[in-house]
Ligand binder design. Structure first.
Ligand code: 7RM
Length: 651
């Protein structure tokens, strides 16, 4: 970064607080009273819900049978109606909903009425293929407008969508389809990434013989001629064919507030991903309100969330939050460094993006690439910046503030999870004085604590487990077909408190600082991966006897995956084996789960009861002094490991 780095250094020395500017405050959507209102959560969320369209209002706001919440009891609502129909009846009829930019450079714009037409027709097409209220539909697609259309079309007819991240492998897709028992799969021929075409439909063909519930496959033509694939008669349909043949209008189903809107699989602390269940009324209310106030949304804004729709961030802040608010948003298909490292900034300049929502890992890449890429473009349209996915290091925060936002744009560091559905801990621009690295305070109408081992709140200055102490509307309702795991995972540790799995610190001023996961989940470039999932994939390989996977700090990705592997008799820990195992993990899970380092070892450090001591592996991998090893069954193991690791590092 050369010269600019020195200025940045001095900037960091300042330890400034970042209060909202007078200019921003003047027109801010959220004003200080919002925290007052939030003190009565039910009244607060009720007033938020009443800004949406309901076919029938609710009888009661909340029924809290710990740990089971029901919001907006007996209310009837439809998500697609709220995202689309509601707007085309008013002045937003011809307002742009989605400005889509494909990686190769093409551009498509969909107004709210375009979206309305497309959703109605595709919803009818799904019905014609036999999809009914209560069914599940799996969506495995690149970042193209049809993915939003597909989600809203499911919602329109009362089917739950289960989106699987397009970067996951077909194997991972299979597991998720079967868990959801999906009737239909919606996919595309392929997508573009870094100038290359990758096949999707063709990849799914390998696994479709093992997904007995799938009756039809609908394929969007994204790439065209270049991809060879077979369309199976009576099972596979082209999206454009079924949409063209469909009727124009589809009556939206009147869904109960507590009907399942979607299922989204997320890594947990076992090898099997959890099916996180989100329902309709509360979820829509939560994402509607948080989008409006946290992003200071105004009708003329151009919003851009850079996440993939396959993750919760894309569900809540691409598919639902912006559309519920009638916002105009940018959607981009590809990589940030294609055709060059200025791509994002060119998109911001071209479409005059005013709100940018991205992940710390991306910011760190841009820091590394240098400010010359930003300087070529006019970024003066930006008004507000957001981050999500992992803790943001103060240096990256300051860089984002200084170089992307020109010290003009507030930054909202938003903490939340697949399970929370909506942002929970966040500044409110125009109100909150920010401290770089702190997600600051719970959103109005939500409540968090940092507690010690006994579950008692820590004093200011203390650290411990981050828990949520009141139900919130977009909270997960259960784990799909696994209520027991829901209760145990989230409510088993501290009675009456939702366990987030994150460590937290409360500072002297009452600000929350998120310290990262305290369980076996890691965030690799913001993607949520369970170390156990990677271990299961590794031991699934014929050469592997045992493995232990940990997250290690990584400059850009935040965390990276390190795998310790014991090979079976007759296999050798050679570089080819490393490559083979990496390829195997990519096939089983997807590229995001590929180990950064693989170390072949003879033994793993275990307690006398046989548990792998990951803590020691982490100490070794990070070069830290070894913690307590008194419970180790074979203390000699650790010496060998340390030597092995250090010699690998040198290579
Ligand atoms: C939205 C999302 C959830 C986990 C969560 C944290 C980490 C997310 C922040 C953060 C520090 C943040 N959903 N996390 N946001 N850590 N500061 N602003 O990422 O289900 O995929 O992951 O992500 O560990 O528990 S997720």
């Amino acid at each position: 970064m050369g010269e600019s780095y020195e200025t940045l250094e001095s900037f960091l020395q300042e330890q400034r607080l970042f209060p909202p500017s007078a200019a921003f405050k003047k027109d801010a959507v959220a004003t200080a009273e919002i925290y007052e209102k939030g003190k009565d959560p039910e009244a607060f969320w009720e007033s938020m819900a009443s800004e949406l369209h309901w076919f029938k209002p609710w009888d009661r706001v909340l029924e809290w049978n710990l740990p089971f919440a029901k919001w907006f009891i007996n209310g009837k609502i439809n998500a697609s109606y709220n995202c689309v129909d509601r707007h085309i009846q008013g002045p937003f009829r011809d307002k742009t909903a989605i400005i889509w930019e494909g990686e190769p450079g093409e551009e498509r714009t969909l107004t709210y009425s375009d979206l309305y037409q497309e959703v109605n027709r595709f919803a009818n097409a799904l019905k014609k293929l036999g999809v009914k209220k209560g069914d599940r539909v799996t969506i495995y697609m690149p970042m193209i407008p049809e993915i939003v259309v597909a989600m809203l079309s499911c919602a329109r007819i009362g089917a739950s969508h289960s989106v699987v991240f397009g970067g996951f492998s077909a194997e991972a897709l299979r597991g998720r389809i079967n868990d959801a028992e999906a009737k239909v799969l919606i996919t595309a021929d392929g997508g573009y990434r870094r100038g290359k075409v990758y096949p999707m439909k063709q990849a799914t063909d390998e696994i479709l013989k093992d997904t007995p519930t799938i009756e039809s496959v609908i394929v969007v033509r994204r790439v065209g001629e270049t991809l060879q694939m077979a369309m199976k008669e009576g099972r596979d349909y082209w999206y454009h064919d079924v949409v063209d043949a469909a009727e124009d209008y589809c009556e939206p189903e009147q869904m109960d507030a507590e009907d399942m809107l979607f299922l989204l699989h997320s890594s947990g602390t076992t090898g099997k991903p959890k099916g996180i269940v989100h329902t309709t009324g509360g979820y829509l209310t939560g994402v509607y309100a948080t989008f409006k106030y946290i992003f200071d949304y105004k009708p003329e804004d151009i919003f851009w969330c850079t996440a993939d729709i396959g993750w919760i961030t894309g569900h809540s802040y691409i598919a639902y939050g912006p559309l519920l608010n009638g916002a105009t948003q940018v959607m981009y298909e590809g990589a940030p460094d294609y055709p060059d490292r200025g791509r994002w900034w060119s998109i911001i300049e071209k479409h005059k993006v005013s709100i940018l929502y991205t992940a710390p890992t991306a910011i760190r890449s841009f820091m590394r690439w240098g400010i010359q890429w930003l300087e070529k473009y006019n970024l003066s349209s930006l008004c507000l910046l957001g981050t999500v996915g992992e803790p943001i290091n103060p240096e990256a925060w300051i860089w984002y503030y200084k170089y992307v936002g020109s010290e003009r744009c507030p930054i909202v560091d938003t903490w939340w999870q697949t399970e929370t559905g909506q942002i929970i801990i966040t500044p409110l621009p125009g109100i909150t004085t920010c401290k770089p690295g702190s997600a600051t305070h719970p959103f109005p109408g939500t409540e968090a604590e940092v507690v010690d081992e006994q579950g008692s709140p820590v004093k200011p200055g203390g650290s411990g487990y981050l828990v949520l102490t009141k139900p919130w509307p977009a909270m997960l309702r259960t784990l799909y077909k696994d209520e027991k795991r829901y209760i145990e995972t989230y409510w088993g540790r501290f009675p009456g408190k939702y366990l987030t799995g994150d460590g937290g610190k409360l500072d002297e001023d009452g600000y929350f600082w998120i310290l990262g996961r305290v369980d076996d989940i890691i965030k690799v470039a913001g993607h949520r991966i369970s170390t156990i999932e990677v271990e299961s994939a590794l031991v699934d390989h014929k050469a592997v006897a045992e493995s232990a996977v940990i997250g290690i700090p990584h400059e850009i990705k935040g965390e990276a995956i390190a795998a310790f592997v014991i090979l079976k008799e007759g296999y050798e820990g050679v570089p080819e084996m490393q490559k083979e195992l990496a390829a195997h993990v990519r096939k089983e899970i997807g590229p995001v789960a590929t180990p950064e380092t693989t170390i072949f070892v003879g033994e793993l450090p275990k307690t006398r009861s046989g548990k792998i001591m990951r803590r020691l592996l982490r100490d070794i991998a990070t070069g830290r002094a070894l913690g307590d090893i008194s419970t180790l069954s074979e203390p000699g193991v650790i010496k060998e490991l340390k030597q092995k690791y250090e010699s690998e590092e040198k290579e």
